[in-house]
Design a protein around this ligand. Structure first.
Ligand SMILES: [Zn+2]
Length: 461
């Protein structure tokens, strides 16, 4: 078995690894590159392999940086099955349909802006391509060992990162013997709300390990919750709105979960809460269909009052006009809107309205990649451009790190430490400083043989 690294090898987004196993070729993930406009143009590039020659895809989870180029893969000739956990299959529809709508809008805008309005930009993919992806998806339960190709088996284990997220154990019964590859996917921290804790793969000959937060620990969860409580209290006293840029999958639902759990403590009933993300609303429905995957705490909260997704002061605003109406509110509103890194979506309208106000607060609760508006705000930019307009930033900014959907260094170490035999590791899905720090820690504590994956690098399993 061999692995060739194509994406998220030296960066965080664009997860994509090609595996040769028992004479078959398959892909682990087929993610989109996210970041600056220049970075994102790379999504139009040819794949570094022929999609028609792939036999299967195994998808770790539904985040767009892991699944976002699947429609393009299909459009360019991939006909095989796409194996993934059932809940991921369900989320995939929501994620990819949204991505296709954005791609179609982008192409249309580019064409309009061309001289004479006669551009011929094609969207990266269309809703038709997404439909084809969904027809090729095959669902699996966690722990179900499935032969996906002759002599090639996969088992998915709960990665505790988002609903349906999985680590992949890939076994190949090759003429030279049985070889096992473990692909971590994205690993969540222990105690993530709603989800169960990550389950390690029991054994492997090579591990592909994510390293997003390989160089640091998150704040302890109790401290994080106190911090959110303080921001809300502060904002209430200031009389402003609270804008929370949040990914539609995971973070938006978690916030509602915390609001329900801390209902009295945070005096949540005094706020008007807006979930201003049509996609997050669809994801809420998906969560409702997979409650059996929730951990025990969440099952208890779901059976109590208030129900996280039916808070009495929660306003869902699917229509654009409803979203616009929020612009008139100058204080007392908590607005959860996407995109999580502020590089698109309705949150940009709310930032445009609120960033200039001293009494407003922006609370970042997720990772902000380089080159995004969110990253510039977190890094303290005094002014930013939104819709071509320069806006001075007077609002208070808070970075609440402890809610991350990614394990910190010790979580990644523990996940690796539970795999029998201390196999060699290739670090993926992290910026270089994070990977170097994690490599050092793995070498020191476990004597592990660690490499930092680079594009086009090949590792033998
Ligand atoms: Zn992810």
């Amino acid at each position: 078995m061999r692995v060739k690294f194509h994406g998220a090898a030296g960066e965080v987004t664009g997860s994509c690894h090609e595996v040769e196993a028992n004479g078959h070729r398959l892909l682990l993930d087929c993610g989109m590159i996210q970041g600056s406009e220049e970075d994102e143009r790379r999504n139009f590039d040819e794949f570094p392999f022929d999609p028609r020659e792939l036999d299967a895809v195994v998808l770790s989870h539904a985040h767009i940086d892991h699944c976002g180029r699947l429609p393009l893969l299909v459009k360019r000739g991939f006909k095989g099955p796409i194996w993934t956990q059932w809940a991921t299959a369900d989320l995939l529809r929501v994620m990819l349909e949204d991505a296709a709508a954005l791609a179609e809008m982008d192409a249309e805008r580019d064409n309009r802006h061309r001289r004479g309005g006669r551009g011929n930009h094609q969207p990266l993919f269309t809703r038709g391509d997404v439909g084809q992806v969904l027809r090729q998806v095959r669902g699996l339960d966690y722990g179900q060992r499935e032969q996906i190709l002759a002599g090639v088996f996969i088992t998915l284990r709960d990665a505790g990162h988002i609903l349906g997220s999985a680590s992949v154990q890939l076994e190949a019964l090759e003429p030279g013997g049985r070889r096992v590859l473990a692909f971590s996917g994205d690993i969540g921290p222990r105690g993530t709300p709603i989800l169960r804790d990550p389950q390690p793969v029991p054994e492997a000959d090579l591990v592909l390990l994510e390293s997003t937060y390989g160089g640091r620990e998150h704040r302890e969860r109790g401290a994080t919750l106190r911090e959110i409580g303080e921001v809300l209290e502060h904002a209430w006293t200031d009389g402003g709105n609270v804008i929370i840029p949040a990914f539609a999958v995971g973070r938006s639902q978690e916030l509602l979960y915390w609001f329900a759990r801390q209902w009295d403590e945070w005096k949540m009933s005094r706020w008007r809460i807006f979930l201003d993300s049509p996609m997050a609303m669809k994801v809420v429905e998906v969560y409702g269909r997979h409650e059996s995957l929730f951990d025990e705490d969440a099952q208890r909260v779901w059976n109590g009052r208030p129900h996280p997704f039916r808070l009495p002061n929660l306003h869902l605003t699917p229509e654009v006009a409803q979203s616009r109406a929020i612009n008139d509110i100058r204080g007392g509103a908590i607005i959860i809107a996407g995109s999580g890194m502020c590089n698109g979506g309705r949150v940009r309208h709310h930032l445009r309205q609120n960033l200039g106000r001293r009494q407003a607060h922006v609370m970042f609760v997720g990772y902000q990649a380089r080159g995004t508006l969110g990253r510039r705000l977190v890094d303290g930019a005094e002014s930013v451009h939104i819709f071509g307009e320069e806006i001075r930033v007077n609002a208070a900014r808070h970075t609440v790190g402890g809610l991350s959907a990614h394990a910190g260094q010790s979580g990644l170490m523990d996940w690796y430490g539970a795999i029998a035999g201390r196999p060699p590791v290739a670090l993926v899905h992290g910026e270089d400083d994070a990977r170097q720090a994690l490599a050092k820690a793995l070498e020191k504590q476990y004597g592990a043989q660690v490499t930092l994956a680079r594009p086009d690098m090949v590792s033998e399993v």
